[in-house]
Design a protein around this ligand. Structure first.
Ligand SMILES: NC(=O)C1=CN([C@@H]2O[C@H](COP(=O)(O)OP(=O)(O)OC[C@H]3O[C@@H](n4cnc5c(N)ncnc54)[C@H](OP(=O)(O)O)[C@@H]3O)[C@@H](O)[C@H]2O)C=CC1
Ligand SMILES: Nc1nc2c(c(=O)[nH]1)N=C([C@H](O)[C@@H](O)CO)CN2
Length: 240
């Protein structure tokens, strides 16, 4: 039986999500990406045979609409990579209470709702393809906190905790792991001073780029004896 059971990548229209979508498609996986804003990368992905679904997880309704569409379109899932994320500092959001809600909505509520809603599809993926994975893109700051991104870091800690719970709930059919980068790629607006300071926070002093994140995703998708664990991509920052 041919199984069209995709890997979902949330927030797959740019940066790490886009790099993952291209690599996994090139490996022959069926891939679904979510995006909010139309951009040139969406046309590129569609040209590669990637299914691009507009979805905004900032509301419960947005999450539920996406869940309904996936359930309508697919009989199983090879996996889901919870990559969608907003990195917002308290200084950029006047109402801290709103920021905390916003961060937990996209980083915890949305992955939680999707994981529960997609349980049967993930099991079908395991039965048909022999493996099924959930990957939570967390952050080094989930362990250490952040004085400038307090709500963000706390929500990533919440996401990291979902890894433990869903690893227990979905074993042995679905492996559930976290990938926790400290720095993968800067943003265009990051100035030289910020970049220098960020690079000096790790032992390896480098901006690794999204391909290091892609390698970690590939490892988590292929390893058969890892669940409930975190792949830390932090250049030795924990030893500085
Ligand atoms: N970049 C880095 O150095 C680091 C990254 N990480 C984590 O790795 C992952 C990838 O990072 P990066 O590629 O920089 O991520 P981005 O900041 O580029 O965001 C990824 C995507 O998330 C989507 N998104 C944001 N909010 C929502 C929402 N409410 N609903 C639906 N989609 C949403 C955006 O989609 P759209 O553009 O369509 O709006 C965006 O394309 C993230 O989870 C991030 O927290 C962790 C540590 C370091
Ligand atoms: N959703 C995002 N999360 C994070 C980003 C980002 O660009 N988008 N960037 C970082 C930084 O790399 C930080 O770790 C060091 O500058 C963290 N999270």
């Amino acid at each position: 039986m041919t199984c069209k059971m995709p890997i979902i990548i949330t927030g797959g229209a740019q940066r790490l999500g886009l790099a993952c979508a291209k690599k996994l498609r090139a490996e022959g996986h069926d891939v679904v990406v979510t995006y909010r804003h139309t951009k040139a990368s969406i046309e590129v992905l569609e040209g590669l045979g990637v299914s691009c679904v507009r979805a905004d997880f900032s509301s419960q309704q947005g999450v539920d609409l996406f869940i309904a569409q996936i359930k309508q379109d697919y009989s199983g899932l090879r996996g889901i990579i919870h990559n969608a994320s907003e990195w917002e500092a308290e200084a950029d959001c006047p109402k801290a209470s709103q920021l905390m809600e916003k961060m937990w909505q996209v980083h915890v509520f949305a992955p939680y709702r999707m994981n529960i809603a997609f349980e049967a599809l993930l099991y079908a993926g395991f039965e048909c393809l022999g493996k099924a994975d959930i990957i939570h893109m967390t952050d080094y700051s989930a362990e250490k906190g952040s004085d400038k991104h307090i709500a963000y870091a706390s929500s990533k800690a919440g996401l990291a905790n979902l890894t433990y719970s869903f690893a227990k709930r979905f074993a042995p059919k679905v492996n559930v792991n976290s990938i926790a980068p400290s720095l993968l790629m800067f943003r265009p607006e990051d100035d030289a001073d910020y970049r220098e300071k960020a690079l000096n926070k790790s032992l390896l002093h480098q901006e690794p780029g999204e391909q290091e994140g892609v390698l970690a995703v590939q490892y988590a998708l292929t390893n058969r004896y890892m669940t409930g664990r975190t792949l830390s991509l932090d250049g030795g920052r924990h030893l500085v």
